[in-house]
Design a protein around this ligand. Structure first.
Ligand code: ZN
Length: 71
């Protein structure tokens, strides 16, 4: 029985998409729906590396190699 001080705004507790922990979904949490800046950064980094992953095949320039080797 201690409901003397209630917050002026209603906040919701949601699951943080990054760590699955409790995240305050309200104006007090600028990183919502994430729980913190680190989780927001982790999630963004995850999809970023997933999307921008490029195959690293450097074609050997055997055809246009050193012309001095070609006789
Ligand atoms: Zn989190």
């Amino acid at each position: 029985m201690s409901a003397a001080s209630q917050p002026p705004i209603t906040v919701r507790i949601v699951n943080c998409p990054a760590c699955g922990g409790d995240s305050v979904y309200g104006s007090s949490n600028p990183y919502r729906p994430f729980c913190c800046a680190r989780c927001k950064g982790i999630d963004f980094g995850a999809w970023a590396s997933e999307s921008f992953r490029l195959p690293e095949d450097t074609p050997p320039d055997a055809e246009f190699g050193d012309p001095k080797l070609i006789q």
